[in-house]
Design a protein around this ligand. Structure first.
Ligand SMILES: *Cc1c(COP(=O)(O)O)cnc(C)c1O
Length: 376
C-alpha cells in the first residue's frame, strides 16, 4: 500500500529554468531581478502598496515587530492556537503575549474577546488567518482604530485567500506571508512582508538590509550606502526568488487544485458533521479561502489518538497541531492567557488534519475518507 504523504510541494517545472538563469547570471545574492519580479507580482496581484521578500514569514513578523516599535513590557494580543513565530517576533523585543481564545467555528481569533484583553500596555493585535480563512478583519480593524493599536496579520497560510475581496495580509498595517515548503506556494524557506504606508515601507527596507539604505543605493537614489538604523539580514537569495517566481506565476492553478481536493473532503464529511460525529472548520461568507488545511475536530483526545492510529495503519500521514502557546514552557514565561482558553485547549487536543495538496488523487482521498469513517 502506497503511503499517502501529509503534504507534497507543487512543482510547476519552470523553477529549474529560472534557477539555471540565476546560476548562469552569476548574481546569486538577494534583491536582483527575480526578487524585483516577485515584489512586483505580490504588489500587483495582492493589491499591496509595498511588498518585500524575506527569508521566512518568521523574518517578516520580526521586521513588523520592529516597525511597531515594541518596547519591553508592551503587550501584544494574539491567539494561543498558532505557530511559535507569531509570538517569538514580539518576545524578542521584550513584549508579553496576551493570548485570546479562538472561535469554535472558524478556529480564528475570537474578535468578541479582544477588547477585554486590552490594557494600557497593549500595542498591537495579531490576527492569524488559520488555514487561509480570513479573521473578521472589519471588527479587528475597528477595535484597533478605537484603541490606537497596530494590526499585524499573520497571513503565513493566506496566499490566494481574501476577506471581502481583499487579499489577506493587506487589510492591517502589516501582513506576513510564508513560502515555507509546507505552505501552498513554496520556496523551500521564504516569506514576504506587506506594508500599507510609505514611511513604514521605507523603514522596513532599511531593517531588512542590515540597517542600511542599500535598497536606495540599488535604485540609484544615493551614491553610497551607510548604516542607518539597527537591523538584520532578512532578504532571501536570488535562487529562492527565482524558485518562488515560478510558483507565484502558477499560484492560481495550484490554489484551484487544492480547493478542489479540500471540497471533495468537505462534501464527503458534511453528513458526518450533520450526524454530530465531528466538527469541520466554518468558512465565513466574507472569506474566500485557499484550501491550505483540512481540519476536523473530534470529541476527545482519546478519539483523536484512535483516529490517527487507524490512518497510520493504512499508511496515511495525518497530523494535528498546535500545542497551545499559553501552555508551552516559553509561553508560560513570556505570555498570559486573557480569560479561559477552552476552545483553544479542546481544538489543540482533539483536532485532526487530513493530507491535502495540489496533486492528491481522488482515489487517495477516497482511502482517507473510508479509513476515517470506519474509525469514527
Ligand atoms: C508557517 C507559519 C509561520 C512561519 O513561517 P516560516 O516561513 O516558516 O517562518 C508563522 N505563522 C504561521 C501561522 C504559520 O503557519
Amino acid at each position: 500500500m502506497d503511503t499517502i504523504p501529509f503534504n507534497r510541494p507543487p512543482i510547476t517545472g519552470r523553477e529549474i529554468d529560472y534557477l539555471k538563469h540565476v546560476i548562469d547570471s552569476g548574481n546569486l545574492a538577494g534583491d536582483g531581478p527575480y526578487t524585483q519580479k516577485c515584489h512586483a507580482w505580490l504588489a500587483s496581484q495582492l493589491g499591496s502598496p509595498h511588498a518585500l521578500l524575506t527569508h521566512s514569514c518568521t523574518g517578516a513578523l520580526e521586521i513588523a515587530a520592529l516597525l511597531c516599535d515594541i518596547q519591553p513590557g508592551d503587550e501584544v494580543i494574539m491567539p494561543s492556537f498558532t505557530f511559535v513565530s507569531t509570538a517569538n517576533a514580539f518576545v524578542l523585543r521584550g513584549a508579553t503575549c496576551v493570548f485570546v481564545d479562538i472561535r469554535a467555528d472558524t478556529l480564528n481569533l475570537d474578535e468578541t474577546l479582544i477588547e477585554a484583553a486590552i490594557t494600557d500596555k497593549t500595542r498591537a493585535i495579531v490576527p492569524v488567518h488559520y488555514a487561509g480563512v480570513g479573521c473578521d478583519m472589519d471588527t479587528i480593524n475597528a477595535i484597533a482604530a478605537r484603541h490606537g493599536l497596530k494590526v499585524l496579520e499573520d497571513a503565513a497560510q493566506g496566499l490566494g485567500a481574501t476577506w471581502r475581496g481583499q487579499a489577506l495580509g493587506t487589510l492591517g498595517d502589516f501582513g506576513a506571508l510564508s513560502f515555507h515548503g509546507t505552505k501552498n506556494i513554496v520556496a523551500g524557506e521564504g516569506g514576504a512582508l506587506l506594508v500599507r504606508d510609505d514611511a513604514h515601507a521605507e523603514h522596513a527596507e532599511i531593517l531588512r538590509e542590515k540597517g542600511t539604505d542599500r535598497s536606495r543605493f540599488l535604485r540609484g537614489d544615493v551614491d553610497k550606502y551607510t548604516w542607518q538604523d539597527v537591523g538584520s539580514s532578512y532578504l532571501p537569495s536570488e535562487l529562492t526568488a527565482a524558485f518562488l517566481l515560478a510558483q507565484l506565476e502558477d499560484s492560481q492553478a495550484i490554489t484551484a487544485r487544492r480547493l478542489a481536493a479540500w471540497q471533495r473532503y468537505r462534501d464527503a464529511l458534511l453528513p458526518l458533521e450533520a450526524a454530530g460525529k465531528l466538527r469541520l472548520q466554518a468558512i465565513p461568507e466574507e472569506a474566500r479561502h485557499n484550501g491550505h488545511i483540512f481540519s476536523l475536530v473530534l470529541d476527545s483526545e482519546a478519539q483523536r489518538t484512535r483516529v490517527l492510529q487507524a490512518l497510520r495503519e493504512q499508511s496515511i500521514q495525518a497530523t494535528s497541531h498546535y500545542v497551545s502557546l499559553h501552555a508551552s514552557p516559553a509561553g508560560l514565561r513570556h505570555g498570559r492567557a486573557s480569560g479561559a482558553l477552552s476552545v483553544t485547549e479542546h481544538v489543540s487536543s482533539a483536532q485532526v488534519r487530513l493530507p491535502v495538496y495540489a496533486d492528491i488523487t481522488e482515489s487517495d482521498q477516497a482511502r482517507v475518507i473510508a479509513t476515517l469513517c470506519s474509525a469514527l
